[in-house]
Design a protein around this ligand. Structure first.
Ligand SMILES: [Zn+2]
Length: 232
């Protein structure tokens, strides 16, 4: 009987950890970090977040959106990307940068440049490797849906949940860009407006769903702050 195969995410983590010590040390000293993230409901694609800044906070946000926020998105969001994720390379490397020279939010790469993944390895279990970059600071300042973003934001100003909302909003932006670039990988001929429409719809619906759920539990907080104002 064959041994049960380890999930690809674990294989990739093992592969990264088992590279020669000198290689890992040089990488670490140069501030390069790899963080492996998997969708909770599917074995593939596995995402490797490659970052060059020493603080893990940004890479953690990308990982969190794959590992948690994806499940929170409503079913139509999952349906819209089911086929794309099914056809996507089994391993997706995301180079997380602060900015891009060209000012774009992200790109897919034709050739994998991130060294540990630029050549096939048995740990990848035959999975194809795709690569993209995401410009983190561009995403932070991006108004994905200007009217909607502003309208939702004002609902949270009164409440203590505003920070939580802004973090969630940023993570859904990161997720929608990841899905957008994955769509390009799977369908290189698809026109930009088709690809963009799908990722913006994902963002809009995921965020609207979050707000609806949050509002149900938030009214209490707002009511209290209003009544306190009344007394003073
Ligand atoms: Zn695009």
């Amino acid at each position: 009987m064959g041994q049960a195969q380890r999930p690809l995410a674990q294989e990739v983590e093992g592969f990264l950890a088992n590279r020669p010590r000198a290689v890992r040390w040089l990488e670490w000293a140069a501030g390069r970090r790899y963080r492996v993230a998997a969708f909770p409901d599917r074995a593939r694609p596995v995402v490797v977040i490659a970052s060059r800044d020493r603080t893990p906070a940004r890479a953690d946000q990308v990982a969190h959106t794959i590992e948690h926020d994806w499940s929170e998105a409503p079913p139509q969001c999952h349906d819209a990307y089911e086929e794309i994720l099914e056809k996507a390379p089994g391993l997706i490397v995301v180079q997380l940068r602060r900015k891009n020279v060209c000012g774009c939010l992200g790109h897919r790469h034709v050739i994998v440049k991130e060294l540990p993944f630029s050549e096939p390895h048995e740990a990848f279990g035959g999975a194809a490797v795709g690569e993209m970059d995401i410009a983190y600071e561009r995403v932070v300042s991006w108004l994905a849906q200007p009217l909607m973003d502003t309208a939702l934001d004002t609902q949270f100003i009164a409440g203590s949940r505003r920070k939580e909302f802004l973090d969630q909003q940023l993570r859904f932006r990161l997720l929608s860009i990841l899905l957008h670039e994955t769509h390009h990988m799977v369908a290189p001929q698809a026109p930009e407006d088709v690809v963009r429409e799908r990722s913006l719809t994902f963002y809009r619906e995921a965020l609207a769903n979050y707000v609806e759920t949050a509002r149900a539990t938030m009214s209490f907080t707002i009511d209290r702050s209003f009544s306190r104002l009344g007394k003073e």
